[in-house]
Ligand binder design. Structure first.
Ligand code: T46
Length: 331
């Protein structure tokens, strides 16, 4: 398997990336949510069970039997999941798609095109199989519009297949529809106050290994004036717990992983950093906390200014006051 191509698949407004154990709580919430789970097999157990399920799935992923993706907007916001399973020499089964309220317009079409492309264009399988619950009118209509052929039905489900040839015949028109009816998400750095964005770096791969680089005012949207790194971090350590008045930074997990909890004073998000080719750009006036460091994790930060303690807001109420001031139209 070409793991590099399979690991992350970028489209017009969405990225598919392989699921990680840290996605357990997100997936558990999705599958327990009655708004999304009506036509899926029921889930029981806990988030810890879901995490164990993902860990077991990772062995099937390594064996090339199954690919389970988290669907993200290009700004890193998760908005759903989709799965390719029962991958044989010739075919794969597609399903378990869920999209949540963060999905952009045309996300179902785009995520379906992207995930089917993995099966057809990357894995080179010649046919996909899938089924839809007979009560799920929206899915049935969607699969028919997508050009899938019905192969049968029973009391519960209708069964469909699509060949690689049919997929290739339809896909350009379907991508045109995605582009026409959706807005591309600006994944370039949003430099307004209070924003965070995932930043992808280039990689040069050859048999000697991978090489990634970053350039000031290109991959990182500022003049780099300082670089620092965190290492020998105990796994139960909690760092951060502050915001900056003027400093902009991009944070990378050069090795291992950790969680960044991000708060702009209104919305809280969390990002798991684990890929040395992907950093988190954190603008001014963002409260950040870091925890869940893996053993041996190394965090590298590139910063827009030298160290200055006066730039830190280390008390949450001071941070909230600054956010309120920034949002005050008369200030
Ligand atoms: C941030 C997160 C991701 C310096 O003397 N020079 C420096 O460049 C830095 C970054 C820190 N220090 C001193 C200040 C403190 O006495 O090192 C000590 C520990 O710093 P702090 O408690 O702020 O470390 P973290 O890991 O909580 O936060 C750091 C950065 O300070 C912060 O800007 O965003 O990493």
């Amino acid at each position: 398997m070409d793991l590099d191509k399979i690991e992350a698949v970028e489209g017009h407004q969405l990225r598919l990336r392989l699921v990680q154990p840290e996605d357990a709580a997100y997936i558990y919430d999705l599958r327990m949510n009655p708004d999304y789970n009506s036509y899926l097999s029921p889930v029981s157990g806990t988030v810890a069970d879901q995490k164990r399920w993902i860990e077991n799935y990772k062995t099937r992923e390594m064996a090339g039997e199954e690919l389970y993706y988290v669907i993200e907007c290009l700004n890193g916001q998760r908005c759903g999941v989709v799965r390719l399973y029962e991958i044989t020499e010739e075919s794969f089964t597609w399903g378990s798609i869920i999209l949540d309220q963060n999905k952009p317009r045309k996300a179902a079409l785009e995520a379906t095109l992207q995930s089917m492309s993995v099966g057809f264009d990357i894995l080179k399988r010649s046919v996909v199989k899938l089924e839809a619950d007979n009560r799920n009118d929206i899915a049935l209509a969607f699969y028919r519009r997508f050009g899938m052929s019905e192969t049968g039905s029973d009391a519960q489900n209708t069964y469909f297949e699509l060949t690689a040839a049919d997929f290739n015949a339809h896909k350009d028109a379907l991508w045109t529809a995605v582009k026409k009816h959706s807005k591309p998400i600006d994944k370039k750095h949003d430099r307004t106050y209070g924003s965070v964005t995932l930043v992808d770096l280039p990689v040069v791969t050859d048999p000697r290994g991978d090489l990634t680089f970053l350039e000031a005012n290109n991959h990182v949207p500022f003049d780099i004036q300082r670089i620092y790194y965190l290492y020998n971090v105990p796994v139960d350590s909690e760092r951060g717990g502050h915001a900056h008045l003027e400093l902009e930074q991009v944070v990378f997990a050069l090795s291992g992983s950790f969680r960044m909890k991000i708060d702009d004073g209104v919305t809280k998000q969390e990002f798991w950093l684990r890929n040395p080719r992907q950093g988190l750009y954190i603008n001014r006036l963002i409260w950040r906390e870091m925890d869940c460091f893996s053993q041996g994790a190394v965090c590298m930060v590139v910063a827009s200014k030298p160290y200055d303690e006066a730039d830190y807001l280390r008390r949450y109420d001071d941070f909230q006051k600054q956010v309120a001031k920034k949002n005050d139209p008369l200030s």
